[in-house]
Design a protein around this ligand. Structure first.
Ligand SMILES: Nc1ncnc2c1ncn2[C@@H]1O[C@H](COP(=O)(O)OP(=O)(O)O)[C@@H](O)[C@H]1O
Ligand SMILES: [Mg+2]
Length: 171
C-alpha cells in the first residue's frame, strides 16, 4: 500500500502529530474487529474477540492506534492459512492495557525475529502468502512507542504468533 510509505515518512519527519484525546479502547477494538471480520471469514478464518467490560478510557490518538490494531489484524489474516483462528483480546492492568492479536498462522522463524520491526523487512517466502511492503510493523512500533507504550510478540513456526501492545492509560 502506498499509504504505508506516506505514513512512515510522516512519522519519521515528526510531521505526524498525535491528536490526543480520551477514548474507549473497547469501542475502538470492536470497530477494528468489525472492519476486518468479513475479509477474514471470506478467507475461511475463525475470528473471536474478548474485551473486558470494565476497560478504562485511554489518552491517545484514537485513529493512529486504530491503524496499528488493524495492521496487526491484517497481518494475522495474511499469514494464517484457511481454517485458522484469530483472536483479538484486551486485558486491563492498573496503569496499562494490553491489546493482544493472536493467530494460528505460519509463525515467524526464530532467526528472523530480531529484524521483524525493521523497515521493509519481510520474512523470506512471505510473498507466497500475501503481498506487502514490510512497513506495517515499523509503523505500528512507532505509533505505540509514540504513546509511551511497547509492542512485543511470541511466535512458533507453523503454530502461530501473538502480538501484544502494552499501552499506558494516560499517554
Ligand atoms: N502474524 C504474522 N504471522 C507470521 N508472520 C508475520 C506476521 N506478521 C508479520 N509477519 C512477518 O513480518 C513481516 C513484516 O510485517 P509487516 O511490516 O506488516 O509487512 P507486510 O505485511 O507488508 O509484509 C511480514 O512480511 C511477515 O514476514
Ligand atoms: Mg503488514
Amino acid at each position: 500500500m502506498s499509504t504505508d510509505f506516506l505514513n512512515v515518512a510522516r512519522l519519521e519527519s515528526g510531521r505526524s502529530q498525535f491528536q490526543v484525546e480520551a477514548f474507549s479502547p473497547g469501542i475502538l477494538l470492536n470497530d477494528c474487529f468489525q472492519l476486518i471480520l468479513s475479509q477474514a471469514e471470506e478467507k475461511g478464518l475463525f475470528c473471536n474477540i474478548e474485551i473486558p467490560v470494565d476497560l478504562p478510557d485511554i489518552q491517545g490518538d484514537c485513529d493512529k492506534i486504530k491503524q496499528a490494531v488493524i495492521n496487526l489484524l491484517s497481518n494475522a489474516i495474511k499469514y494464517t492459512p484457511k481454517g485458522g483462528k484469530i483472536l483479538l483480546k484486551a486485558e486491563s492492568y492498573p496503569e496499562v492495557i494490553h491489546i493482544i492479536v493472536k493467530d494460528t498462522g505460519i509463525g515467524i522463524p526464530e532467526k528472523y525475529r530480531n529484524r521483524l520491526f525493521s523497515k521493509f523487512f519481510r520474512v523470506p517466502g512471505s510473498e507466497r502468502h500475501a503481498q506487502g511492503t514490510g512497513l506495517g510493523l515499523s509503523i505500528i512500533k512507532r505509533i505505540i512507542e509514540g504513546h509511551g507504550g511497547e509492542i512485543d510478540f511470541k511466535s512458533e513456526t507453523d503454530i502461530g504468533t501473538t502480538f501484544t501492545i502494552h499501552l499506558p492509560i494516560s499517554a
